[in-house]
Design a protein around this ligand. Sequence first.
Ligand code: FAD
Ligand code: N01
Length: 541
Amino acid sequence: MANDVTTDISVQTFDALVVGAGFSGLYQLHRLRDDLGLRVKVLERAGDVGGTWYWNRYPGARCDSESHSYCYMFSKELVEEWEWSERYPGQPEVLGYLNHVADRFDLRRDIQFETSVSSARFDAERTLWRVETAGGEVFEAPFLIMAVGCLSAANVPDIPGLGDFRGRWYHTGQWPHEGVDFTGLRVGQIGTGSTGIQTAPLIAEQAARLTVFQRTANYSIPARNHPLSEGFKRYVKENHDEIRRMMHFSPNGHSFLPSDRSALDSTPEERERVYEAAWEIGGLRFRTAYRDIIASEAANKTAADFIKKKIREIVKDPATAEVLADIDHPYGSKRPPIDTGYFETFNRENVSLVDLRATPIERVTETGIRTTDRDYPLDAIVFATGFDAMTGPLLRIDIQGRDGLPLREVWKAGPHGYLGLQVPGFPNLFTVTGPGSPSVLCNMPVPIEQHVDWITDCIRHLRGKGLATIEATEAAARDWDRHVNDVANQTVMPKAPHSWYFGANIPGKPRQFMPYAGGMRRYREICADIAAKGYAGFKLA
Ligand code: FAD
Ligand code: N01
């Protein structure tokens, strides 16, 4: 038979294949290779490790998780030997950390870089995944772990005329490694999500003129970034176990807990004091000022009103302030950004704001951007337009399960699966922080470590019992889909149906709330319980 793969000598075989070498893929390699003793190959499109932190090199790129919690916690020695410099480390520092991890655990020797996976097909007869790369290489292994990230498929909107533009354009998630010098240039920035809010102040400092094109106004809380004191660094090293316990106990994997008070139990004066204090502390802690900010619309409104008032106080031009504060969704229903001087940037003489709700973009021209009311001459355009999140990186690969079942077909109405870990019909395929898991609603190293540990234990279990496959059942997946939807409906998140959590930023993408909003702690317990019950809801063969 011409296509008989068993005679294809160029096929490289392993015990497990991992796609992606960010936080997820690096730890997955370490666990499978160094703890289970498997022969593992990691395939990575980038030229080096780091994932998100390899690609997102735009000015101002930095964490919104606090550094002492935005790291692996599996190794006490690693925590003790690494020292973060700031409350919110910048992209070079996080990338430096992941490089350190790769070196320390000798991971690079099993990673093949500049290798883009284009297809993955399950061969049921041989119980193997056959993975092909864009370069035509073929790899096979019984287990395939997709560590492709939730935010790794850049979204460049299909705006008519972009091909005609004579200036340079950039997407923040594919930023040139050599950097971009905007000195003297007229820059147009599209997008005011976490990325746009981080990068605008930096671009404004360099460019001759920055025009920010805003489609949806957004909340942001001051980051109040600062260098870490020697005392705090010592505290982190000496209290590793306690910090880890807190991260596992908190609903979103952060190292702080929400208040136990309701915003609705405070008087307006008390609330003002609480929010003012939270604003001063800054960062994502603001969200925890009261326990019900994400759960109750009425409580949420008190936080939202406070932030809108702050925007109006900061931004001097009342018309600009109105456009920035005209926010149409509850606070936290979209991923809440944190910033360093974002709203203040609009007080600069060289910065202006365009309200795309009033005057949408018509097209890109040879010389700039044309909205319905005028032309904006530009030398460069920055797309801070986000990602085809969660499902995008998986669906950009042609994944076929049993009997050639395409994942694109199974997910045509939205993601479907069990625990965000597996999809029925796709045996031995695992997705790290896949849709239906807490993932992007958390400080992500926590759900990443939990998934990798669970997958590793699962593979150990299968091998120990002499079992060949594990596959989520259709019934378990359907129940889980329903549960994911139900818990989302207990929060304010469905009040922002235009968010990327629903896939709404990508034209034509099915609208379905993708992450699991039931909290990391609860999710961890569910996963542990399922494993303890012999992998309930999975078929083992
Ligand atoms: P990624 O880091 O995205 O790595 C996935 C890798 O898979 C990439 O290197 C990609 O090249 C590779 N890949 C994808 N498809 C293929 C393919 N077909 N073939 C080969 N390789 C492929 N989270 C937080 O919790 N706190 C933060 O402060 C925070 N800040 C962020 C800032 C930015 C700018 C962005 C974009 C995201 C941020 N996140 C943050 C989310 C962040 O993505 C995660 O924290 C984490 O880095 C994800 O790690 P990962 O390994 O799962 O995925
Ligand atoms: O992307 P986004 P992001 N015309 O999708 C606009 C993580 N992250 O890169 O809201 C005009 O949030 C879009 O408008 P609208 C974090 O999880 C973390 O900023 O869709 N505008 C929006 O304003 C985050 O949530 C950090 O109406 C268009 C913006 O582009 C996630 O990554 C830093 C448009 C996209 O916002 C993604 O953030 C950065 C169009 N055609 C990122 N298409 C930190 O931790 C899109 N937009 C600090």
